[in-house]
Design a protein around this ligand. Structure first.
Ligand code: FAD
Length: 402
C-alpha cells in the first residue's frame, strides 16, 4: 500500500473532521473505517449544540464549532441543516443555578449573547415547556441543532475532494510501531506506513490503542433518544430545552419532539470484548430507560405524556473521568494521537476539535491550547478498570449537573 502523512482511524464526526482539516492544510491523509463512512454513533446523535460551557477551552471550541456549522454549506458544499433555534437551560436547585450561571458567564466573557429569562418568556419561546418551580432559566440565542447524519459524511466528502483517501470497510487491526514511535497501521487489506496515526475510533478507541499496548482513560456507554410523532404547535425554531437536575433534553424533530437524557446507571460497553464485525446498530436499546426519565419530567413537558414514539435510537459515545474529551498526543507512542472521549458532546464539537487537532499535529501547537484535554491530565490516575469505569459512569449520570 502507499504511504501517507497521516492515517485517521474512524470516520465519525471526530475522525472525519480531523481528516478534513489535515487535508485542507495540504497533508496526505488516509481515512480508514471498518464500516461505511460516518455510519456508527455520529448519525444517531441528537445534534444539539451548547456554547455555555464553564470550562474555558471547551467554551471556545464549542463557539468556534457553532460558527462552523452556520457556515458549513459555504465551506463543505453541503448543508447540515443547522437551525439557530437558541437554547434554554432550567435549574431547579441552588447548585444547578450556580452551574448554569458559571456557564453563562464563561460564554459572555467570549462575547456570546447569553442571559437569564423569566419563566413567562421561556414559555413564550418554547410553548411545549412548562418551567414550573425553576429557580433560573438561561438562554443562549445562538445555540441550535443540526441534522446529525450529515456531519461526518459532510467532512469526509469534502476531505475526499481535497485529496484525502477514503478506505471504508477496512478494519485497522494493528498499530505499527518501534522504539516508542508509531510507524503506521496494519489493516485487513495491508499496511499503511505513516508517521502520524489518529485514533478516532469512537466506542472502539481503547481497542485500537490496546493494539499498540496503550490503555486510554475512557469508557463507552449506551445513550438513547426518541422522537415522537407530530405534535401540534411544535416548531423547528423553538429553542432546545435542557433541565439540569433531571439531565434531559428536548428539541423539535420531524414535526414532533426529540427527547433524550442521562440516567443514573447507563449500560457500559466493554470495548475490548466487542465481537468482530459489531456495529452500533447491533447495540440492544431499552425504551424503558427513556420512559422512566419522561415520568420524572412529564409536568415540564405535558405533551410527552401521550405522544407516541415514532423513532427510537441510540449509540455508544465514550465518557472520560472528568467529562471532557481526549484530544491530543498519546504519551508513550510518538506520532500517535487520540480524538475521542466525546462525553456525548462530540458531534457539536467536531468542527473545532478536528481543526485544533490538525493544527497541533502539523504545527506542534494549537489555539486554543489543547493541554487541558490531553491524555496526560490523567497520568497515574484511573489505572484500574473498575475505578475508571465508575469515574466515567459518574460523569455520565445526570450529566448536566457535573
Ligand atoms: C443518542 C445520542 C445523542 C447524542 N446527542 C448529541 C448531541 O446532541 N450533541 C453532540 O455533540 N453529541 C451528541 N452525541 C454524541 C455524538 O454522537 C458523539 O460525540 C460523536 O458522534 C462522536 O463520534 P466519534 O467520531 O467519536 O464516533 P463514531 O461516530 O462511532 O465513529 C467512530 C468510527 O470509528 C470506526 N472504527 C472503530 N474501530 C475501527 C478500526 N479498528 N478500524 C477502522 N475503523 C474503526 C467505527 O466504525 C466508526 O465509524 C449523542 C450520541 C448519542 C448516542
Amino acid at each position: 500500500m502507499q504511504t501517507a502523512a497521516a492515517v485517521v482511524i474512524g470516520s465519525g464526526a471526530f475522525g472525519a473532521s480531523t481528516a478534513y482539516h489535515l487535508a485542507r492544510r495540504g497533508a496526505d491523509v488516509v481515512l480508514v473505517d471498518q464500516h461505511a463512512l460516518g455510519s456508527q454513533t455520529s448519525p444517531r446523535a441528537a445534534g444539539l449544540t451548547s456554547k455555555a460551557d464553564a470550562t474555558p477551552v471547551m467554551a471556545r471550541l464549542r463557539h468556534e464549532a457553532c460558527l462552523a456549522f452556520e457556515g458549513f454549506e459555504a465551506e463543505m458544499g453541503r448543508s447540515v441543516d443547522f437551525h439557530r433555534s437558541g437554547s434554554l437551560k432550567a435549574a431547579y436547585t441552588e447548585p444547578g443555578e450556580a452551574r448554569l450561571r458559571a456557564g453563562l458567564e464563561t460564554a459572555r466573557a467570549l462575547g456570546i449573547e447569553a442571559g437569564f429569562v423569566s419563566a413567562a418568556e421561556a414559555r413564550r419561546l418554547a410553548p411545549h415547556f412548562e418551567p414550573g418551580p425553576a429557580r433560573a432559566i438561561g438562554h443562549v440565542p445562538s445555540d441550535g441543532w443540526l441534522e446529525p447524519a450529515k456531519v461526518a459524511i459532510g467532512f469526509a466528502a469534502r476531505a475526499a475532494q481535497l485529496g484525502a483517501r477514503m478506505l471504508p470497510f477496512t478494519r485497522v487491526e494493528q498499530l505499527l510501531h518501534t522504539g516508542g514511535r508509531v510507524l503506521g497501521v496494519a489493516t485487513a487489506a495491508g499496511e499503511i506506513p505513516a508517521p502520524v496515526v489518529v485514533d478516532a475510533a469512537g466506542a472502539w478507541t481503547s481497542r485500537v490503542a490496546a493494539a499498540g499496548g496503550i490503555a486510554l482513560p475512557l469508557v463507552p456507554v449506551r445513550h438513547q433518544l426518541f422522537i415522537t410523532e407530530a405534535i401540534r404547535g411544535v416548531e423547528p425554531l423553538q429553542p432546545i430545552v435542557r433541565l439540569l437536575e433531571a439531565s434531559v433534553y428536548v428539541r423539535y424533530a420531524d414535526g414532533g419532539l426529540l427527547f433524550g437524557g442521562y440516567e443514573d446507571a447507563p449500560r457500559v460497553i466493554d470495548a475490548l470484548a466487542l465481537p468482530a464485525g459489531f456495529q452500533i446498530a447491533d447495540l440492544p436499546l431499552d425504551l424503558g430507560v427513556l420512559h422512566s426519565l419522561v415520568d420524572e419530567v412529564a409536568d415540564r413537558f405535558p405533551a410527552l405524556r401521550s405522544a407516541r414514539v415514532a423513532v427510537h435510537r441510540g449509540g455508544a459515545p465514550t465518557m472520560t473521568p472528568d467529562g471532557r474529551p481526549l484530544l491530543g498526543p498519546v504519551p508513550g507512542l510518538d506520532g500517535f494521537y487520540v480524538a475521542s472521549g466525546c462525553c456525548v458532546g462530540g458531534l457539536s464539537l467536531s468542527p473545532a476539535a478536528g481543526r485544533a487537532l490538525a493544527d497541533l499535529i502539523l504545527d506542534g501547537k494549537s489555539d486554543p491550547d489543547l493541554t487541558p484535554l490531553s491524555v496526560e491530565r490523567f497520568r497515574g490516575r484511573f489505572a484500574g478498570a473498575r475505578e475508571l469505569e465508575s469515574a466515567c459512569v459518574a460523569q455520565y449520570a445526570r450529566k448536566y449537573i457535573h
